[in-house]
Ligand binder design. Structure first.
Ligand code: GCO
Ligand code: MG
Length: 405
């Protein structure tokens, strides 16, 4: 069987939200799909792939996944970064998909086979006030989730990260030519968060795994205080307490709290997280397999993390496509040091365009047993949803200065 790449095409589509998809075809007609979605900067990755990567792929052997990875990483001189690594990630996903289809095996079998029967999965609960949040947590428990991320409104703020704005579910990106601007107040948040989590824990009892995302907003000492204040609520993890690019910041947080820490959804290589992993400053590494150079590179990050008792807990927002979710699940199933997969779910239109075989049951996901990644992109259905500009919000403090959203 021959596996020479004859075409690589980029498709940007918007079934309820924007997604960038890479289609790679071999001379034997095997089609591999990769996700390349970078929320709010979709067209940058689409151009990177279309203009600079696709022409290089044609003529290459699709079976040489690692060599192609090295070629796209070492061969550009300009290394790393979210755009480059999402593009490499998309190619990597598509090539694993092709290999699985050629060998008639799901990707997890090619990664060493299953080490667990299912993947613990958490979803989001959201409420403006505590009663509304408790209802949302209950609704997720009724769906079968054993792990729930809880985000609540903050008195005095009219928008808060992770909290829905009237719609049933929270969706951060807003359609339009400019990002909306939000106001942020750390003191108000720090005063309120412990009350929220004490109430949630009291409501749900000891078993439900509770998570919370601080979304990069705190200084190290503020983060340390939050971690301490949430200790009674026994979180499964506290996420992104400080801006992620300063790996040393976590040292101060770690010294003060036993609340488990997770970080890394904006990382895109092992170089971004090697120090926090080796110094055991976190408990879960949040790299998303697509944003961090694909299955091939994320597998290396997980293996490195295994040496230090750090587990995978990948980013799985609705702003990566079901192809990324499936890549993540395939890798998780074959990874011994794995914690929990994030899954927000999708609007119906997304499942019409990305026909997927992964399943959720009783708190656990499974990638399914179709060959490759088990997700087929429906090109006809996608045509109904053209790209529309959409951006994540930006945030200012009460004095009008820009801050971390
Ligand atoms: C999460 C994330 C997301 C991001 C979003 C940005 O934990 O799921 O923090 O909500 O904000 O993916 O595009
Ligand atoms: Mg997050």
């Amino acid at each position: 069987m021959s596996s020479i790449i004859v075409s690589a095409e980029v498709i940007v589509t918007s079934p309820s939200r924007n997604f960038v998809t890479l289609k790679v075809v071999t001379d034997d007609g095997v089609v591999g799909w990769g996700d390349a979605t970078l929320n709010g900067r979709e067209l940058a990755v689409a151009s990177y792939l279309r203009d600079h990567v696709a022409p290089l792929l044609v003529g290459k052997d699709a079976e040489q996944i690692e060599d192609t990875w090295q070629y796209l990483y070492k061969g550009v001189y300009w290394r790393r970064g979210p755009v480059t690594m999402a593009a490499i990630g998309a190619v990597d996903l598509a090539l694993w998909d092709i290999k699985g289809k050629m060998l008639n095996r799901p990707v997890y079998q090619l990664l060493g086979g299953a080490v667990r029967t299912g993947i613990l999965t958490y979803t989001h609960a959201t409420g403006w006030d505590i009663p509304e949040l408790l209802d949302s947590v209950d609704a997720k428990r009724e769906l079968g989730f054993r792990a729930v991320r809880a985000q609540s409104g903050v008195p005095g703020l009219s928008t808060v990260y992770g909290v829905h704005k009237g719609e049933p579910e929270y969706e951060p990106a807003g359609r339009g030519a400019r990002p909306i601007e939000e106001v942020w107040d750390t003191d108000a948040y720090l005063n309120h968060a412990p009350k929220v989590f004490n109430a949630v824990r009291e409501h749900v009892g000891p078993e439900l795994k509770l998570l919370h995302d601080a979304h990069h907003r705190l200084t190290p000492i503020e983060a340390a205080r939050l971690g301490k204040d949430l200790e009674d609520a026994r979180l499964f993890w506290l996420e992104d307490v400080t801006p992620a690019e300063n790996q040393d910041a976590l040292k101060y947080v770690r010294e003060h709290t036993t609340t488990p820490l997770a970080i890394g959804e904006v990382f895109n290589s092992i170089w971004d997280c090697k120090d926090i992993i080796a110094n055991q400053l976190i408990d879960y590494i949040r790299v998303c397999p697509m944003h961090s150079g694909g299955i091939s590179h994320t597998k290396k990050i997980y293996s490195f993390a295994e040496l230090y008792n750090v587990k995978g807990g990948p980013h799985g927002p609705s702003d990566v496509s079901p192809l990324s979710i499936s890549a993540s699940l395939n890798l998780a199933l074959a990874t011994p040091n794995f914690g929990a997969q994030e899954f927000m779910g999708y609007a119906k239109e997304v499942s019409d365009v990305f026909e997927h075989s992964y399943t959720f049951e009783d708190g656990y996901m499974h990638p399914g047993d179709l060959p490759g990644l088990g997700v087929e992109f429906n090109e006809e259905a996608a045509k109904a949803y053209p790209y529309t500009p959409a951006y994540l919000p930006v945030a200012r403090t009460r004095d009008g200065a820009m801050t971390n959203w």
